[in-house]
Ligand binder design. Structure first.
Ligand code: GLT
Ligand code: MN
Ligand code: MN
Length: 417
């Protein structure tokens, strides 16, 4: 009787049972990161102090040498940095030398490498209206000179890839820039860096990193596609490629795997930033695979099946909820998820039912040329004749089995295959 129950008052409501969680004790598997997997992290990633636009730091700064030792213990291959992650802005040359010696000692002790380095062209107030695309030529000269110094530091520590992320290249007040001129200046800066690298014989390649917005309202070179087109206008296009980031293409609502595939197709994938991101949000830089696990799977499958021999770099950071232990859980999680997905990708290729579904979908037929005779007049005539003999209605009505194929992907990822 609900009325009686109501009248009996809260004192008679039985106390809530404590929630009981009986988790399976998952056995330790073989997904142990090792240097040969080529996993790398930035000093700014594991060293992220949890500061955000609304809140202060929640973790103390991480000493670069400590970062090196921890990453090596976790099985990473390398560590990357911005000039000022390692050598704080304004350091004297004596301080610079001392810092580098200490860092190099840690690298030598652990065998960790520095495959990539970059310049911080976004934190200093001087870059508030842009760095290499600022309207003020003095700011641009300051930015390019800082980049030359950072390239020198990168070379000193053996980096082979130099990343250019234009964090402040962009605008909020549209009338305050001229995009065509800004691109002239962007090109000028990249050309200057290429000449600088060539002059010193550093043998380094430059990887441009696109991002649509944040911290600027609109940023120049917003997507992989924009950057690929831009490279064609450079003085040394062969020296310049892409460093696409999972979160950045996803922020644009684009398919990151397709962006990476196209960069590979143009032979322009020089480096990659792995993390996780939900569409329509701020730049989240979450642990790899923590969002969009299917997208992460397709990406790993692409990288692994394409024979990508570059770095698997995680440009991500631990949640702000975490202490130092949580940071190392985060780093380990990025690498383990990658390895688990690589294993799933191999299983995908070995699964007979999936092979059958792929055959029904005709995926392998995409490798067959549309015009086997080429593009000449005779071949075009042949193509016409072949098309004329086709049964359009039969082609139009058949199903392609994508539902079954896609469900098989889901079941593989959910661990029931
Ligand atoms: C910064 C940015 C990243 C870039 C880094 C390289 S710095 O953390 O959010 O996407 O890759 O400059
Ligand atoms: Mn990011
Ligand atoms: Mn990045």
């Amino acid at each position: 009787n609900p009325t009686a129950h109501h009248q009996s008052g809260p004192a008679h409501v039985p106390p809530r049972e404590p929630a009981c969680h009986q988790w399976v004790n998952w056995p330790m598997s073989s997904f142990e990161p090792r240097p040969e997997h080529h996993f790398t992290f930035g000093l700014w990633t594991v060293g992220n102090t949890g500061r955000d636009p609304f809140g202060h730091e929640v973790r103390p700064p991480l000493d670069p040498a400590d970062a090196v030792h921890h990453l090596a213990d976790l099985g990473a291959y390398g560590v990357n940095f911005h000039d000022n992650d390692l050598v704080p802005h304004g350091s004297t040359s004596a301080e610079r030398a001392r810092i580098i010696t200490r860092f190099r000692t840690a690298l030598d002790a652990t065998g960790l490498k520095v495959p990539m380095a970059t310049t911080n062209l976004f934190s200093l107030p001087v870059f508030r209206a842009g760095a290499v695309t600022a309207n003020d030529p003095d700011v641009r000269r300051f930015a390019v000179a800082k980049t030359f110094d950072a390239i020198g530091l990168a070379a000193e520590l053996g980096a082979e890839v130099y990343v250019m992320w234009g964090g402040r290249e962009g605008v909020e007040a549209e009338a305050a820039t001229d995009v065509r001129l800004a691109l002239d200046r962007y090109k000028e800066a990249v050309d200057l860096c290429c000449e600088h690298i060539r002059h010193h014989g550093y043998g380094m390649r430059i990887a441009l990193e696109p991002k649509p917005n944040e911290p600027r309202g609109d940023m120049f070179l917003p997507t992989v596609g924009h950057a690929l087109a831009f490279i064609g206008e450079l003085e040394w296009p062969d020296m310049v490629g892409l460093n696409p980031e999972f979160a950045h293409e996803t922020m644009s609502g684009l398919n990151f795997t397709h962006a990476v595939a196209q960069a590979l197709w143009h032979r322009k994938l020089f480096h990659i930033d792995l993390n996780a991101q939900r569409i329509g949000r701020y730049d989240q830089d979450f642990r790899f695979g923590s969002e969009g696990i299917r997208d992460a799977f397709h990406l790993v499958r692409l990288l692994e099946s394409s024979g990508w021999d570059g770095m698997r770099h995680f440009d991500a950071h631990a949640y702000r909820t975490e202490d130092r232990d949580g940071v190392w859980e985060f780093a380990r999680g990025c690498m383990r998820t990658y390895l688990i997905l690589a294993e799933k990708a191999r299983r995908f290729d070995d699964d007979p039912e999936i092979a059958d579904a792929l055959a029904v979908a005709g995926v392998a037929d995409l490798a067959l040329p549309t015009s086997p005779g080429g593009t000449g007049a005779e071949a075009r005539e042949e193509l016409r004749r072949a098309a004329a003999g086709l049964d359009e209605a039969a082609l139009a009505t058949r199903g392609h089995g994508h539902e079954r194929l896609d469900q098989l992907v889901t079941e593989l990822l959910l661990g029931v295959r």
